[in-house]
Design a protein around this ligand. Structure first.
Ligand code: ADP
Ligand code: MG
Length: 365
């Protein structure tokens, strides 16, 4: 059993924060894992995470610590999930995409383009023994509806579960990508579609959750086996409290729904940290679309990393504190990731070969 990797990241002070509030910083870094946090009431807290990325941290540092081990394992058929959490403006999308998904500045590239590069590089190393296919899907969860970002007409994707695939998005568009450039183009078109939907629904991207799924299939031809790894990246909706936005009517309803899935996420984490799932300890994955999609990531068959994004300034201290507390709770979850490996029996049926699947081989990490 391994714990979820939980990291905190503080973005640089924004010009707005500098202008409106002065640049009072509410964190004091102690080392790479621990810092002190002082809120508006001068109350002091000490937090420890697997790694803390301070304001001057580089995108490459975040990738190498948080994502690279998960990417390497995805190529070896171990599921992985990377989640960014935090209030709107805290740096979730910047961490995930960079300034833009097609950004050419090596230093500023976000997790997604680096994951794409890392996946294809890892595959190249193992190409002699296996044939790989990578398929990409992108969905958005908004008001408890899952929308396909590669085909906006599919606006109510159902989440299902099977023995072979685990949790999966039924009927979602999967794009086969052959190289990093193709993958980035597809990601870019999904992100552009997200913006189209936002205009149609009069919604800001900060109010929806964006889910990127890389399905990596490895055909070990000589051994006649198929192995599958799924890498999921999630850019969550802003975690800020509803009251702060001064929302009314439909916007308030919307905010409540978003908070419903984020609070469902909190409830799942609470339930998981109370001990292993049992009859007495029901884990409420089915309470929201988000927790259902993340079922494997949280306490299931996945290696998971959570990046808690925060502003470093006092004016955002209460939201940052709730983000950091969320991360501190998630730290206690134990996950059980295994190699998803199927023995393939190529049984000839009327000239065609069909694959039957055995039970998976489990490897406890
Ligand atoms: P979120 O997705 O959490 O709402 P964003 O990622 O959009 O927040 O970040 C808000 C603003 O802060 C953006 O203008 C972004 O470019 C900037 N920003 C966030 N993190 C960093 C960082 N580590 N370095 C530089 N700028 C950042
Ligand atoms: Mg964002």
């Amino acid at each position: 059993m391994s714990n979820i990797t939980v990291c905190a990241r503080f973005r640089p002070v924004s010009s707005k924060e500098r202008r409106d509030h002065g640049d009072t910083i509410c964190i004091q870094n102690l080392d790479a894992e621990t810092f002190n946090f002082k809120d508006e009431k001068e109350e002091e807290f000490t937090f420890s995470f697997d790694r803390v990325f301070y304001q001057e941290s580089e995108q490459a540092d975040v990738y190498e610590f948080l994502a690279l081990p998960i990417v390497r394992d995805a190529v070896n058929a171990i599921n992985g999930t990377i989640i960014t959490y935090g209030q709107t403006g805290a740096g979730k999308t910047y961490s995930m995409e960079g300034p833009s998904i097609l950004c050419c500045d090596e230093q500023k590239k976000g997790l997604l383009p680096r994951v794409v590069d890392g996946l294809f590089k890892s595959i190249k190393v193992s190409e002699e023994t296996a044939k790989y296919t990578i398929k990409l899907s992108m969905v958005e969860i908004y008001m408890e509806k899952v929308r396909d970002l590669f085909d906006l007409s599919k606006d109510n994707i159902q989440i299902k579960e099977s023995k072979v695939q685990g949790i999966f998005l039924s009927g979602v568009t999967e794009i086969s990508v052959l190289d990093p450039a193709e993958a980035l183009q597809s990601l870019s078109s999904g992100i552009a579609n997200r913006a189209v939907g936002e205009t149609q629904m009069n919604m800001a991207s900060s109010r929806s959750h964006c889910v990127y799924v890389f399905a990596v299939q490895q055909d070990l031809t000589t051994e006649k086996r198929v192995r599958r790894g799924k890498l999921i990246l999630v850019d969550l909706a802003g975690s800020e409290k509803v009251e702060k936005t001064g929302a009314e009517g439909r916007v308030l309803e919307e905010a409540k729904t978003i908070n419903k899935s984020l609070s469902a996420l909190g409830n799942v984490i609470n339930a998981l940290t109370c001990g292993p799932p049992s009859k007495a300890n029901h884990i409420p994955y089915r309470d929201s679309k988000l927790t259902r999609i993340l079922q494997d990531a949280l306490g299931g068959n996945s290696q998971t990393a959570l990046l808690c994004c925060c502003s470093p300034t006092l004016s955002n201290a209460s939201e940052s504190l709730s983000t950091l507390r969320f991360g501190a709770r998630a730290k206690h979850i134990k996950a059980l990731a295994r190699v998803n490996c199927k023995e393939d029996k190529y049984t000839k049926k009327q000239g065609a070969s069909s694959v039957t699947e055995d039970e998976s081989h489990e490897r406890i990490l």
